[in-house]
Design a protein around this ligand. Structure first.
Ligand code: M6R
Length: 606
């Protein structure tokens, strides 16, 4: 996730900005840049790579000055490269940005017609051009930033400086931005760790705030230009706590980031009013000619594929075969040019998934990847790519990557369904409407996290768990069991509930808790019968459902009720309590949650 910082005061801005950027490195980034103001001139230095390399380069150029902005970029629009790195400049306006500008194409076309020349592939570059455009029309600096902000759709936290003005301006909407309050100087940043060395007095800017900083201090305006007051908070976190946003582990932070990760993945792509999905200029082959879809991945991403199969087959009526990437190529799969291969990967660098891509390409299939990391091998080398905008995932256990992968698969299914003429506008509007409610519903689950923590306390000492579910809930419980085993080291296995009688029921006794995912859907009654079978063997049931009236709720030991959604989106909601259960058990057991033993974040060897 991008990090922005800005400073104005009497000290050398360069050292302060570099130190602050280094404190934001934990967020993950692929390029970095800095702009420093000195006597009416702004020097911009940026490059692909690490902050230390940027520092070397900037030092070699003797950069100097007492005001500046800087940035670490996690690519969303345009590959990681010097030309796409921030800060971006238009005439004497220089900007750093965190977020996604939904309407940048529209703005870019308009500005191009007015003579503006663009040099990057980013959405951000429209911001300095837009501000510059307002200056050309006679507005002052503050008004130009404010009017530009009014035109931006999507999310942004920006820092802006101008050669002609010793003033720094910051603005925010749906992306975090804070102000560190110090006598005679000001610092802005996208996160608290960046400023903690200088101050623990913090203002959290609110959506549509415009903050203006100069020699004498600062003021904050609302988007209409009226002065507003914001509370100054005193932060008591240590640096390490601050990197995790106050959470004990990155995994917990990432679980709680899911509403925003999904919102970011939807931004600019879902048009509820028109019943349309736009997927980043994706050029798919003629879908009427696609006879079969393969979905291939590893681990959690494989579970997302299994969920995709349920969505695609029931809606698109195209056969879908899901494969584990490490198995795929060795069985010489029968693939041809009428097939489409969908590869799902958070990192885009998983060796077996890359090998599966080669297998598909060699056999002339159309290869589409769904990745979280821009510029990764799978993103670069597939015929088409759709990005999950989950932001960097630092905890080894995949959480927000998983739910954003399901989000993308659902959008892709709607996109394909529309092309195939399978949905009318009203049906699409309804499904998109449900999708848009998902971040809010996840938040509802997160608001009840302490109930799951309570459950974790009750079951943390058991040595084995069984997870069961039917239909689309089956891959969800596979993912739930994977989460528990990888971070708590407790044995957990998942079964399709209907398979219990074919073997695993032999394991059930009072020492074998069974996690059951049982929302109200077509297999509800059948799953109730499976719960009966567990109870008859004195098994302990942890029930996860979407109704307060589940007929087994009074008879099982523990129940958690989730918000309702449509069948295809249920796995996103169900993922959250199962992730939390695994997390809280592991945390209570004191394991290394973010870096579990024997595991790596990205498996780049076969
Ligand atoms: O980067 P990828 O999505 O390709 O990674 C695949 C798996 O290695 C990954 O999902 C792994 O299973 C996670 N640790 C699960 O939490």
């Amino acid at each position: 996730m991008c990090g922005i910082v800005g400073y104005i005061g009497k000290k050398e801005a360069f050292n302060i900005l570099i130190d602050a950027l280094k404190k934001l490195e934990y967020r993950g980034y692929d390029s970095a840049g800095i702009a420093v103001w000195n006597k009416g001139k702004i020097e911009v230095i940026r490059q692909k790579g690490k902050v230390d390399e940027l520092k070397e380069l900037a030092l070699s150029k003797g950069i100097k000055g007492t005001m500046g902005i800087a940035h670490t970029r996690w690519a969303t629009h345009g590959i990681p490269s010097e030309r796409n790195a921030h800060p971006h400049r238009a005439k004497d306006i220089v900007v750093v940005h965190n977020g996604i500008i939904e309407n940048y194409m529209e703005l870019k076309q308009r500005l191009k017609k007015e003579g503006h020349k663009f040099t990057s592939d980013t959405d951000t570059e429209v911001i300095p051009h837009l501000i510059s455009n307002y200056l050309e029309k006679g507005h002052d600096f503050i008004d130009a930033v404010r009017l530009a902000a009014c035109e931006l759709k999507g999310s942004y936290a920006i820092g802006v400086i101008r050669e002609k003005d010793r003033t720094m301006i910051a603005a925010k909407k749906e992306s975090p931005l804070i102000v560190g309050v110090i006598d005679g100087e000001s610092i802005i940043a996208s996160d608290i760790p960046a400023v903690l060395d200088m101050t623990n007095k913090i203002i959290f800017l609110e959506d549509n705030d415009i903050a203006i900083f100069n020699e004498t201090g600062f003021k904050i305006l609302d988007i209409e230009g009226n002065t507003v007051e914001r509370t100054i908070h005193t932060i008591k976190w240590t640096g390490a706590m601050a990197q995790k946003g106050g959470y004990k582990h990155f995994m917990l932070k990432e679980i709680f980031e899911q509403p925003i990760a999904i919102t970011d993945t939807l931004i600019g792509r879902v048009k509820e009013d028109k019943g349309e999905i736009e997927l980043d200029d994706l050029k798919l082959p003629d879908l009427r000619k696609i006879k079969k879809i393969w979905m291939v991945a590893c681990g959690t991403s494989y579970h997302a594929c299994l969920i995709g199969k349920y969505m695609f087959e029931s809606n698109l009526k195209i056969p879908v075969e899901v494969d584990i990437a490490s198995e795929f190529r060795y069985r010489d799969p029968i693939i041809n040019k009428e097939h489409m291969l969908i590869l799902v990967s958070q990192s885009g660098e998983t060796a077996d998934t890359i090998a599966a891509m080669k297998e598909g390409k060699n056999k002339n299939a159309y290869v589409l990847s769904i990745c979280n990391v821009l510029g990764s091998t799978l993103a670069r080398d597939a015929h088409g790519v759709i990005f999950t905008h989950a932001g960097p995932e630092i905890g080894v256990a995949s959480t927000k990557a998983f739910t954003t992968q399901i989000t993308v698969l659902f959008m892709l299914m709607l996109f394909a369904g529309k092309r195939l003429g399978l949905f009318n506008t009203r049906q699409l509007q309804e499904k998109i409407g449900e999708l848009r409610k998902i971040p809010h519903k996840i938040q509802e689950v997160l608001n009840n996290a302490e109930n799951i923590e309570e459950m974790a306390r009750k079951y943390m000492t058991y040595k084995d768990f069984l997870y069961i579910g039917r239909g689309i809930n089956y891959p969800s419980v596979m993912e739930g069991a994977l989460k528990l085993k990888e971070i708590s080291y407790i044995h957990a296995e998942a079964y399709a509930a209907g398979e219990m009688k074919h073997g695993p029921i032999a394991l059930i006794d009072e020492n074998f808790p069974v996690v059951v995912l049982s929302p109200i859907d077509t297999t509800y009654q059948k799953t109730c019968s499976n719960i009966e079978e567990v109870l008859a063997r004195r098994g302990k049931v942890l029930l996860f459902t979407d109704t307060t009236e589940h007929e087994m709720a009074q008879r099982v030991e523990s129940t958690f009720v989730m918000p309702k959604t449509i069948y295809e989106l249920q796995p996103i909601i169900s993922a959250i309590p199962l992730q939390l259960l695994a997390y809280y058990i592991a945390n209570l057991l004191g394991t290394d949650v973010d870096q579990p033993r024997n595991l790596a974040k990205s498996v780049t060897v076969e």
